[in-house]
Design a protein around this ligand. Structure first.
Ligand SMILES: [Zn+2]
Ligand SMILES: [Zn+2]
Length: 127
């Protein structure tokens, strides 16, 4: 894992880059997978081929703690999905919550994924 702002190698348990002080995962000048410089708007790293814009834990710029709280209290209404631009998923949550309460379970799954940095926003599914 590398700092996406300055390209410095990072430990997995590091939250802040000690070289540039930027939060791990922030920045778009370097590939977080191989540490090579990339174009700021590149979709994939030309060196290792990893997708740059949907790295695990990248909540479309949203704060993780805020997203966890919103998911916990308003998850059944899909509010966290709407905040991340996932309108379709949000609507599914509202409908299933009112029909049978399944939306609450889906929200719980999202909550666990967000807390464990496994939540991935897929730009292809944003509508
Ligand atoms: Zn850095
Ligand atoms: Zn790379």
């Amino acid at each position: 894992m590398f700092c996406k702002n300055c390209g410095e190698p990072l430990n997995d348990n590091q939250a802040i880059c000690v070289k540039c002080g930027v939060k791990v995962g922030d920045g778009n000048a370097f590939c977080g997978n191989c540490g090579k410089p990339v174009e700021p708007n590149a979709e994939v790293c030309l060196n290792c081929g990893v997708a740059l814009k949907k790295a695990a834990g990248d909540l479309a710029g949203q704060d993780k703690i805020v997203m966890i709280l919103i998911c916990l209290f308003l998850g059944g209404l899909g509010i966290h999905n709407f905040m991340m631009g996932e309108t379709k998923k949000g609507v599914v949550k509202i409908v299933t919550t009112f029909l049978c309460g399944v939306g609450g379970i889906l929200a719980l799954i999202d909550l666990i994924k967000i807390a464990t940095n496994k939540y991935v926003v897929d730009p292809d599914k944003l509508i």
